[in-house]
Ligand binder design. Structure first.
Ligand SMILES: Cc1cc2nc3c(=O)[nH]c(=O)nc-3n(C[C@H](O)[C@H](O)[C@H](O)COP(=O)(O)OP(=O)(O)OC[C@H]3O[C@@H](n4cnc5c(N)ncnc54)[C@H](O)[C@@H]3O)c2cc1C
Length: 390
């Protein structure tokens, strides 16, 4: 393979950065075009668990697995399932017994992961402040990229690692990200570890899912001692804007949110009472389950751009990184770049399709009657499998 072919990666998320790292290690010179102006422009969000057979596999290919293992949080794997009475139906690992986890899906804060990947990539390859507006396919299979800052580039291969609302996806597919039927309101309890020990005791050091009445409180301890909570609702797309909640005033918003969980245990309502950090409304979007496209020369997609799914199976970042490793290895191991990309796509469609179907099933389960009981059974079987593997 000619290592001087011009490869453009759009987006410096976990997928784009992993791809760049592996290709650079093999002597290629990919360029990453990122819309944000710097690594610190935007808070990168919550904690992620990276699975052995997905995110960690990609980190191994990228030569970063040992570094990851030094900074990840094994105790973050703990999981508690509660109903609205705050009764724990299932507990996996706990603050008293953190070693009861299998170590196969340790947590890392998204910002920490991004910094680890950024440090591993040649900084000159990252073009910050390059927001792609659109691309056009040229007759010879190359692509012309048009950026908001006026720059245009012509490249041999463009990889859309530009997330949920990819600007490259329309060149290969008619599908668009659709509202999943689930909306979330994210609230944050800053410094919970020091200020709200009762909350930490209830939540544990990992995730705590409280499910009832087709609603969910999905809480996760972050590495900085903050508890991030996604209050989740199965609601029409316009609900986040017509529910009367003033997101600009935390006190007022909390009063309205408490009404939505009126008959829930006071212990769980403390997730809302104690919230003292930013609040964000979030609609959850997804691509159709099993999204795929006809191969087209000179362009491909990975991660959310290729198979956006809801976060209910914790698979998005894992898959983005796995895609990156699969695509990079395919490019490295083939003489013909087009054949390499096509083979990656066929493999990725299969595993990502399976995962998007599982994710959709999980999302539906979270909002069914008796959701806590059903998710408990699911997690019990999952954890049993993990323990057998360990
Ligand atoms: C609430 C929530 C919780 C989640 N929890 C988990 C979890 O526990 N585990 C898990 O594995 N996944 C989780 N996910 C999913 C995960 O965040 C995504 O699947 C993952 O970040 C996708 O990575 P990516 O590299 O494909 O895209 P992204 O992380 O979205 O990165 C895309 C990058 O492209 C840039 N970009 C976008 N448009 C342009 C443009 N036009 N031009 C240039 N640059 C552009 C963006 O600025 C960004 O840096 C969660 C998602 C949500 C919403």
């Amino acid at each position: 393979m000619d290592k001087h072919k011009r490869i453009a990666i759009i987006g410096a998320g976990p997928g784009g950065l992993t791809l760049a790292r592996i290709l650079q290690q093999a002597g290629f010179h990919p360029e990453i075009f990122e819309g944000e102006t710097s690594a610190t422009q935007r808070e990168q969000g919550g904690t992620l668990d990276l699975a052995e057979d997905m995110g960690q596999t990609a980190l191994k290919v990228a030569g970063l697995l040992e570094q990851f293992k030094e900074i990840c949080r094994y105790e973050g794997e703990a999981l508690k399932i509660m109903d609205k009475t705050a009764t724990a139906l299932h507990e996996y690992g706990s603050s008293e017994n953190p070693e009861a986890v299998t170590d196969s899906r340790p947590e890392i804060d998204r910002t920490v992961l991004r910094h680890m990947l950024l440090d591993a990539v040649n900084p000159e390859a990252i073009k910050w402040g390059h927001k792609l507006l659109y691309a056009t396919s040229l007759e010879n299979g190359q692509h012309e990229l048009h950026f908001e800052n006026g720059v245009t580039e012509i490249v041999d291969l463009v990889v859309g690692a530009d997330g949920a609302f990819s600007k490259l996806r329309p060149l290969v597919s008619k599908e668009t990200a659709e509202y999943s039927g689930v909306s979330m309101i994210e609230i944050n309890i800053l410094d919970a570890k020091n200020q709200f020990p009762d909350m930490v005791e209830l939540n544990g050091l990992g995730s705590a899912f409280s499910l009832d009445d087709s609603k969910a409180m999905l809480a996760q301890m972050n590495g900085d001692g903050k508890i991030r909570v996604y209050l989740s609702f199965k609601v029409p797309v316009e609900w986040l804007h017509n529910n009367g909640i003033n997101y600009d005033n935390l006190g007022e918003a909390k009063t309205e949110l408490l009404k939505l969980f009126e008959d829930w245990s006071p212990k769980l309502k403390n997730y809302i009472h104690y919230a003292n950090g930013p609040i964000f409304p979030r609609r959850i979007y997804m691509l159709p389950v099993g999204h795929k496209w006809e191969h087209k020369k000179g362009i491909t997609l990975l991660g959310d751009a290729a198979h956006l799914m809801s976060p209910f199976a914790g698979a998005g970042a894992n898959l983005a990184m796995l895609d990156a490793a699969e695509l990079a290895l395919s490019i490295i191991n083939h003489d013909d770049i087009d054949e390499a990309v096509h083979k990656y796509e066929l493999k990725m469609f299969k595993y990502a399709g399976e995962m998007s179907s599982i994710t959709k099933k999980y999302m539906d389960l979270f909002f069914e009657t008796n959701a806590a009981e059903k998710i408990k059974e699911l997690m019990k079987s999952f954890h049993k499998e993990e323990n057998q593997k360990a």
